[in-house]
Design a binder for this molecule. Sequence first.
Ligand code: ADP
Length: 417
Amino acid sequence: MNILVINAGSSSLKYQLYDMRDESVLAKGKVERIGMDSAILSHEPSGKNEVREVSEILEHTTAIRKVLGMLIHPEHGVLERIEDVHAVGHRVVHGGEAFSSSVIVNEEVKSQIKRLFDLAPLHNPAHMLGIQAVEQNLPNVPQAVVFDTAFHQTMPAHAFLYAIPMVLYRRHKIRRYGFHGTSHAYVSERAAQFLGKPYEELKIVTCHIGNGASCAAVMNGKSIDTSMGMTPLEGLMMGTRSGDIDPAVVPFIMAKEDLTVNEVSSMLNKHSGLLAISGISSDMREVTEAMQSGDKIAGFAFDMFTYRIRKYIGAYAAAMNGIDALVFTAGIGENSEAVRKAVCSGLTFLGLEFDDERNRTGRGQERLISTDASKVAVLVIPTNEEWMIARDTYALVSGGEPHGIAVTPEQVPSRGS
Ligand code: ADP
């Protein structure tokens, strides 16, 4: 069975085609600048040369048509006929409380995703465009959706509620949802396999550190807390996002700087984090290079970034009463020796013994970077969200169970109801 995995954004669309017989990637690529007359389709077929095509792509339906055309292209294609795409899996950022595992797309699922537009205004509408574009191009092909929030639906109410009037949760579903769930699920489970220990018996802290960054506490195979909140702005310091901030700062700066809601939101999401503090870049490579060539401000930004991660690891060690494994993943987590070392340097109180040599070697591979004697196994596990989406889609269209646990979110206690 061949499965096309799609991650649709408002002006871009990434794809990966899997042959599930051996789980190999037949092709991958992306369409950028959807909505413009000079949109770019970059296509990487396995075993063939990459190709880049510039053309007018005004909406997602055309983008999908172009991608499908590329998949069966006589020269750049990897399939004989379009009927060889047997199912499509979509990444969807926000599943709210409605979804705690992946599901097959039907009318009810689509209306639920639409109802969540308010909670993820930048993401869910774009995913819906992707789903509809596939329906138009491949009307008979089953589609599944895999949610970034689903894995975290196991969080207990004391971890997911904010200490604000309960009516706001009841009326607007304001609570912590958490994101990067597909990645946290994948790397925590791989960590257990790597260590040869039962997933259901481990206390794992996963650090997904890319442009967006979040930590999760995964206890006995379930997410019990995570650093992102109702939106992906809360928690760690990120490339351009502030992460945790005193909420009183928001109305304060709005008044002092005469900012609108959109302006303050844009400041916290796009002009903060590593970019704001380093004054150089949101990109960890550039900040690290500047730090290593003696730039003190870059060094300060780096310290602030890694301090916040360490603080969350400590908090989650307390939440779980200990840690068996600490996992680094995503762009920075997988690639930055310096960040991993700095984060782990203050964690000896947990019995964590970092191994410098292991940290330096084995790039791109799953590996242990703590000593054999360390009480906490520190691992680098490259994430693979696309594969998780393909796997769940395959399971669902074959009539099986998707990954993850279908849970009903814990009932929040209330008086008199
Ligand atoms: P996104 O959240 O956009 O998916 P990624 O997971 O791709 O982000 O991570 C992007 C981040 O990874 C950038 O900050 C980039 O600088 C960082 N990164 C990639 N390679 C390295 C490296 N070799 N050393 C340090 N940081 C790296």
